[in-house]
Ligand binder design. Sequence first.
Ligand SMILES: *Cc1c(COP(=O)(O)O)cnc(C)c1O
Length: 424
Amino acid sequence: MSEHLLGPVKQVYRWIEASERWVDREAINLYAGTNRQSSAVRRAMQTTLNARPSLGDPGDKYETGLEYSDRIETWTCDRIRTVFSARWVEHRVLSGSMANLYALMATTKPGDTVYAMPSAAAGHATHHQEGAAGLYGLHVENIPLVPGTHLINWPQWQEEVAQLHPRLIILGSSLPLLPVDVAKAREIADAVKAYLMYDAAHVAGLVAAGRFQQPLQQGAHLMTMSTYKTLGGPAGGLVVTNDGDLAQRIHAIAYPGLTANFDMARVAGLGIACHELEVFGQAYADQCLRNAARLAEELVARNIPVWRPDGEHSEQITESHLVAIDASNYGGGTRAARRAEASYVLFSGIPLPIPEVAQDYNGIRLGVQEITRLGMHEAEMAQVADFIDKALNAPERAEKTRREVREFRREFQTVQFGFHVDED
Ligand SMILES: *Cc1c(COP(=O)(O)O)cnc(C)c1O
């Protein structure tokens, strides 16, 4: 192959390298919905399994030549069942969003009413009109909240549910700072024979480690999730349940329904990521929770307006890996994030249920899962808070902050809480 034909390919490789250098090695990445995978997970994903078709269930595939591929699939499903204490799993799911679509299709029919966390409280698009729920023809009602908080207004909700007879209640959001009372929501669901689903996209790794609420054990009929956020695996989705009827329906929606062949390299990587959670999950999740709590304290000490999900007079800030900031003073969360990017501090905007900042998310969402996996402890959170402070409040010194961030990041390059099979 002549050299010049490889030009565009080399360009792509240079972009990949540049992205990896900046995002993985130099910046402080506090974006909540991401993570770094161990070299063991990455190694499994970079194999030719990623283009080997595999239709159906292990042991009963349409194609031949899948003996070892089937073993991987079975092993991975065992790992998933173990970490989530679930009897059934559907792993043939391309994303958390598709997991939600599968769950909606298994529990409702177009025209049905469902309840979800309002968008202003970071209810996910797939739970709402603009996403999977609306596209599938569902009518979505907002779970009523106490104004300015993430607290559910239970008496009001109970009355509404009795009148509107939803078929499904969706708990979980893109800003799960505190656990929600799943058992109480189940009572509300039971009163009208509705299903209860918990979307654990962000907290899946903490749930797997037993360090966040256990929605299935607390009464959710099914739980969906993304696999690349706190879980630390490849991009993808999962549905888990202890309800055999639901499991059968979801299984049929996956195959032959919506997923024919799927990426077995992803499944191998996912199995290894779940095995890592079996081995290192508790230490990882504990450190995430301690780091988030300390980061919140350090931000408060710097007069950064940390948002409290139980109301401004509450002590509570977070029981997960996340911290939210009221971004009203920073021109909204998205603009703050764009400004902070120049300082190599990465995060995103998020809606908070407080008065809107025009045309923008009014909050900032920070997640400590990635910096925790890179080896940062409570002691480093003061430094991280300083960088956030500078990125938010001193954009004019972005170039200087960026150099300081790069220097600080040098010591935190190795992915912890995972297996290593080559240099990482
Ligand atoms: C991220 C997220 C999803 C979507 O997951 P993808 O894997 O990105 O499709 C679903 N629900 C919630 C609450 C999320 O935060």
